[in-house]
Design a binder for this molecule. Sequence first.
Ligand code: RB5
Length: 147
Amino acid sequence: MEKIIALASDHAGFPLKEEIKLHFEKEGIKYIDLGTDSLASVNYPDYAHKLCEAITNNEAQLGVLVCGTGIGMSMVANKHCGIRAACCSDTFSARMTRMHNDANVLCMGARVVGAGLGIDMVDLFINTEFEGGRHTARVEMVNSYDK
Ligand code: RB5
């Protein structure tokens, strides 16, 4: 089954989210956009909760959250059972967090990374598979605190 990527941002992340959407349109990558839809000030937790619920309900398999720093979004996302969110600002981390942590949400700061780097990170994140093996038990240890 083709993966669907959920996207959401607050006002600070909105410009980068729009760049990611343009890239997805160009590449034919399936996505759902959960807002926000302008530069008007909003609260990042609302959008992080919405995106995590979409993943939990299997409306999307992976998610990308963008705020000013990526930090607030990752704090909220990691409160959700079954969500493993990684706040990244480099391509190596964006790839490794899929391979070793089976992260399902990438968080980025639009005030930290530019569109070029942000889009490269998203591409690596969505195109890299979890390695499994010795990492499976470790991810299960992470998930054991979900309950
Ligand atoms: C909004 O000004 C900013 O606080 C938010 O985008 C984010 O960086 C929070 O972590």
